[in-house]
Design a binder for this molecule. Structure first.
Ligand code: CR1
Length: 807
C-alpha cells in the first residue's frame, strides 16, 4: 500500500464507519479508522500464518502466562508492518498527527512488571523471528491499577482499559471451551472396565477466547496471543440468576492481581489459574485432534511453556485430558506430558514460590487435585530407595498439607530455566539444588532479552536516526548489527550526534515533567533513572539515602563540585505492600523538601512520576543518562529495564546481580559503575549471621545523620513512615543490606559525577553501551528457547515466497 492508496482508503473507511470527514472526526474515531485498516490488512497474513502452520504440520509452542504487558500496539504494529513512516506522512498530509492518535490508545497493562513485559517482548520476537509460537493468558476486564499520588501517598484507581473497546482483538465465540470447577469427583468403571471420573455438584463456565495478532517484523508472519474471558454458558443461565452468583463467575477474569511477587493464596487467584490453563490446554488438544495424528507423537507437534508457576497446573490438566478424556494409560501420558512441558523460574524470593492448601485446591478443581496426588505418589515411589529419603521428602509435590507448584512444574517438565546466568546458577546451587541433584540435565539458562525495535526505533527516534545515518539500517532487523557502532567510538561527529539526540530526548522529558508535575528541571543536568516495581530488595531506599546525603553535603558546602542531577523515579507498589508504600511517601516528601530548597541552587531535583507503565517507560528511557540497577546481589533474577536503558545509552550503576553481570561483561569494567556486596558475600553473611546494621548506624556519622533525617522532621510529614523505615534498617537488621552497601554506593555515584564531567569520555561510554546492547535482544533469547527447549523451527522460507507473490 502506498500513501495515495492509504489516504483514499482512510477517507472511505472513515465515511463508512462513522459517516464523517477527516475535519469532523475526533482523535478516537481517526484512531479506530486507522486501526481497522491495519487489522484488515494484516488479517490476511494472520490467516495465512496459521494455515501454513497447520498445512506444514509445524510444531508450535504455546507460552502460558498469567500476565502480558504489551503497552500500546499502534506504532509497534505499524513498525512491524513496515508502514510507520508511510502512515505518518500520509496522515500529516491530511492534517492528522500520528502521535495524537497514539495518545488515544489505552496502555494495555495485563501484567505487573518484568514478568509480563518479558512475555510481551517474547511475543514480538517470536513472530519477528518467524517462529510458530503463541501466547495464552487471561483477558482481564481491569488491568493493573492506575497510580495517583495524593499528599505523597499512592492511591490506586481502576484501569478500565476496555471502556472504548479494543481494536486489536477478535472475539472467537466458535472457539470457546467449557471449564469445570468445584463439586466432587469419584472414579467409576466404565463399560470397558476403565476407571473414569464422575463429576457431581460442580459448575461449568464458558471460556471465550479473544485473539490478538502478533505481527512479526516485516516478515508477513502474524502469530496469536489468545486471552480468555469468562462467560456464563447460555444453557446455564438459569442456574446463575442472582447477581451474586453471576458476579462470582464474572470475577474470574475481572481483575489482574496487582502483586508481582506474593499472592496470599487466594481462592479466586487459584480459580483464575485453572481457568486459563484448562481453556488453553483444551483448545490445544482440540486443534491437535483435528490434525489427526496419534497421541504418541504429540510432543513432536506441541510445546507448552509454563511461565513462572502460575500455569503449573498445565501438567495436571494435560494428564487429565490424556488419561480421563482420551483414555491413554498413565505412564504413556506422563512420558508425553514431560516432553511437552517446560518451565521458567523468575525469582528466588521465597514468598513468590506458590503453594496452595489441599482443601482449597480440592474445592476449586478436585480432579486436578487427585491427579496431582497421583503424580506425587508415583514420584515418591519411583525415588524411594534410589534417592535419600530426606531428599525425596523435600522435593515431593505435596508436603505439610500444601501443594508446591514449582515442584509440580519441575517434576512434570523436561526443562527448567532461570533468566540470567547468575540466577540460573543460584537455582542449581541453592534454591532448587535438590531438584538439580535429581534432574541435572533439565536445568539451563536463558538470559532475558528485550524487544529492541520497540525500545529503540519506536521509543527513541532521534537516536535511531543517528544510528541509521552512521551504520545503515541492518540493525533494524538484526539487532546484533548494532555492534557496527563500535567503529565510531573515536569519531567526534558521531559522538556529538548521539549526545545531541540524547539532549533532544531530555528536553522532551523535561517538558513532560514540567507539564505533569510542575517541576522545572534542566536538560543540562544528569538524568538519573530508577524505574521498576517498588520492592525492598530493589532498594529504591538506597537511592534515596544517597540523595539525602548529597543534600546534606550541599547544605554544608553550596560550592561542592557536583554536576546538577535529576533523580527520576517510576514505581508502583502492590496495594497491600505497606512498607513499599512508605518508601513512596518518603521519596515524595524528600522531593518536596529538596525541590523547594533554593539554597541548593537546583543542583538536586527529585521527580517521582506517577503511574509508571510501558508508555511512560518509552518517555523516560531515551532521556536517561544513568541507570540505577542496585538490587541486593542475588535477589534480582535478571532485570530488563537495565537492558532497555543500556540500549538507549544510559550508563549503569549496578550491583553484581541478575543480568547486570552480563551487562558488565558486554561493556567492560570501565564503562559501568559496579559496587556493593557480591552474591557470595551475601550468602556468607547468611551463613555466619554476623551482619549488624545497628553498629553501622551508631558508628558511621554519615549514615547516622542521613537516617535521622527520616525521624527528626528534616524530611517533613513522614513521622510514621520514617520510623517504619528506620526500624526496618536498624531494629530488623536491614534485611537487604542497604546500610552495608551505602558507602560503596556513594563512591560509585561519585565516580559517575566525575565521569560525566569529562564530556568526551562520557559520550564514548554511552556509545559503547549502545553498541554492546545487541546481545540482549529478545530475538536472540527466543531463538535459544526455540532451539534448546521447544524444538520449533522458523518458517521464513515459505513466507518470503508468499511475500514475493504478493508484491
Ligand atoms: C524478576 O524479578 C525479571 C523478570 C522477568 C521478575 C525480574 O528480575 O527480569 O521476572 N520476576 O524474568 C517476577 O516478576 C514473579 O516474578
Amino acid at each position: 500500500m502506498d500513501k495515495k492508496e492509504f489516504k483514499q482508503q482512510f477517507k472511505k473507511r472513515l465515511a463508512e464507519k462513522f459517516a464523517m470527514e477527516v475535519k469532523d472526526a475526533s482523535a478516537t474515531e481517526l484512531y479506530q479508522t486507522l486501526g481497522s485498516i491495519m487489522t484488515a490488512h494484516y488479517s490476511q497474513d494472520w490467516r495465512q500464518t496459521w494455515q501454513d502452520y497447520r498445512d506444514q504440520q509445524q510444531k508450535q509452542a504455546y507460552y502460558f502466562s498469567i500476565e502480558f504487558l504489551p503497552g500500546k500496539m499502534l506504532k509497534s504494529n505499524l513498525l512491524n508492518m513496515g508502514w510507520l513512516e508511510m502512515i505518518e506522512e500520509a496522515l500529516q498530509e491530511m492534517g492528522i498527527s500520528l502521535d495524537e492518535l497514539a495518545e488515544v490508545e489505552p496502555d494495555m497493562a495485563l501484567g505487573n512488571g518484568g514478568l509480563g513485559r518479558l512475555a510481551s517482548c517474547f511475543m514480538d520476537s517470536i513472530a519477528s523471528c518467524g517462529l510458530p509460537g503463541n501466547g495464552n493468558g487471561i483477558r482481564y476486564e481491569y488491568g493493573l491499577f492506575k497510580q495517583r499520588f495524593v499528599d505523597g501517598y499512592q492511591v490506586e484507581l481502576p484501569d478500565e482499559w476496555l471502556q472504548k473497546g479494543n481494536i486489536w482483538e477478535i472475539r472467537k465465540e466458535s472457539k470457546a471451551v467449557d471449564v469445570h470447577f468445584g463439586g466432587n469427583v469419584y472414579l467409576q468403571e466404565d463399560a470397558n472396565g476403565l476407571l473414569k471420573p464422575v463429576y457431581e455438584n460442580g459448575y461449568t463456565v464458558r471460556a471465550v477466547p479473544y485473539d490478538t495478532g502478533m505481527v512479526g517484523y516485516q516478515n508477513n508472519i502474524v502469530n496469536t496471543m489468545r486471552l480468555w474471558s469468562v462467560e456464563i454458558p447460555a444453557e446455564e443461565e438459569d442456574r446463575y440468576r442472582s447477581i451474586e452468583d453471576r458476579r462470582m463467575i464474572e470475577d474470574l477474569t475481572s481483575v489482574l492481581y496487582p502483586d508481582d511477587s506474593n499472592e496470599a493464596g487466594r481462592k479466586l487467584r487459584l480459580s483464575q489459574e485453572y481457568f486459563f490453563v484448562s481453556a488453553g490446554v483444551q483448545s490445544i488438544l482440540r486443534y491437535y485432534k483435528q490434525l489427526g495424528f496419534s497421541y504418541d507423537q504429540i510432543n513432536q507437534y506441541i510445546a507448552i511453556h509454563i511461565n513462572d508457576t502460575h500455569p503449573a497446573m498445565c501438567v495436571a490438566e494435560f494428564m487429565r485430558l490424556l488419561v480421563d478424556e482420551e483414555g491413554l494409560p498413565w505412564e504413556k501420558a506422563w512420558n508425553l506430558t514431560v516432553k511437552v512441558m517446560s518451565y521458567t523460574n523468575h525469582t528466588i524470593m521465597a514468598e513468590a514460590l506458590e503453594k496452595w492448601s489441599i482443601p482449597m485446591m480440592k474445592e476449586v478443581c478436585p480432579r486436578i487435585y487427585q491427579i496431582i496426588e497421583e503424580i506425587d505418589r508415583r514420584f515418591v515411589n519411583e525415588m524411594t530407595g534410589v534417592q535419600p529419603a530426606d531428599l525425596v521428602e523435600r522435593t515431593r509435590i505435596i508436603q505439610h498439607g500444601q501443594i508446591h507448584m514449582a515442584h509440580l512444574a519441575i517434576i512434570g517438565s523436561h526443562s527448567t530455566n532461570g533468566v540470567a546466568k547468575l540466577h540460573s546458577d543460584l537455582l542449581k546451587s541453592v534454591v532448587l539444588h535438590d531438584f538439580y541433584v535429581l534432574y541435572p540435565t533439565r536445568f539451563n539458562n536463558k538470559t532475558n532479552g528485550i524487544a529492541q525495535r520497540r525500545w529503540s526505533q519506536l521509543a527513541n527516534r532521534s537516536m535511531t536516526k543517528v544510528l541509521n545515518d552512521t551504520i545503515g539500517n541492518s540493525w533494524n532487523s538484526d539487532p546484533k548489527d548494532i555492534r557496527l557502532l563500535l567503529n565510531y567510538v573515536e569519531d567526534d561527529q558521531v559522538l556529538d550526534a548521539l549526545a545531541d539526540a540524547k539532549h533532544e530526548n531530555k528536553v522532551k522529558l523535561a517538558e513532560y515533567i514540567k507539564r505533569v508535575k510542575g517541576i522545572e528541571v534542566s536538560p543540562e543536568a544528569i538524568f538519573d533513572v530508577q524505574i521498576k516495581r517498588l520492592h525492598a530488595y530493589k532498594r529504591q531506599l538506597l537511592n534515596l539515602l544517597h540523595i539525602v546525603k548529597l543534600y546534606f553535603d550541599l547544605k554544608e558546602n553550596p560550592n561542592l563540585p557536583i554536576h546538577p542531577r535529576v533523580f527520576i523515579f517510576g514505581a508502583k507498589a502492590a496495594p497491600s505492600y505497606h512498607y513499599a508504600k512508605s518508601v513512596i511517601k518518603a521519596i515524595n516528601e524528600a522531593a518536596n523538601l529538596i525541590n523547594n530548597d533554593k539554597s541548593i541552587n537546583d543542583k538536586l531535583k527529585i521527580v517521582f512520576l506517577e503511574n509508571y507503565n510501558v508508555t511512560l517507560a518509552e518517555r523516560i528511557i531515551p532521556a536517561a543518562d544513568v541507570s540505577e540497577q542496585i538490587s541486593l546481589a542475588s535477589k534480582e533474577a535478571s532485570g530488563t529495564s537495565n537492558m532497555k536503558l543500556m540500549l538507549n545509552g544510559a550508563v549503569t550503576v549496578a550491583t553484581l546481580d541478575g543480568a547486570n553481570i552480563e551487562i558488565r561483561d558486554a561493556v567492560g569494567d570501565e564503562n559501568i559503575a559496579i559496587f556493593g556486596l557480591t552474591e557470595t558475600e551475601v550468602y556468607r553473611y547468611y551463613q555466619e549471621h554476623n551482619y549488624n546494621s545497628a553498629e553501622l548506624y551508631h558508628n558511621d556519622p554519615v549514615i547516622h545523620k542521613v537516617l535521622n533525617a527520616f525521624v527528626d522532621g528534616t524530611i517533613p510529614n513522614i513521622a510514621v513512615e520514617g520510623q517504619e523505615i528506620l526500624d526496618s534498617l536498624i531494629k530488623y537488621n536491614d534485611e537487604f543490606f542497604v546500610l552495608r552497601d551505602f558507602a560503596a554506593y556513594c563512591d560509585a555515584q561519585e565516580s559517575i559525577n566525575e565521569a560525566y564531567q569529562d564530556r568526551r569520555r562520557w559520550k564514548q561510554i554511552s556509545l559503547l553501551n549502545i553498541a554492546n546492547a545487541g546481545r540482549f535482544s529478545s530475538d536472540e533469547t527466543v531463538k535459544r528457547y526455540a532451539e534448546d527447549i521447544w524444538q520449533i523451527e522458523p518458517v521464513f522460507a515459505h513466507n518470503s515466497e508468499r511475500g514475493a507473490n504478493q508484491h
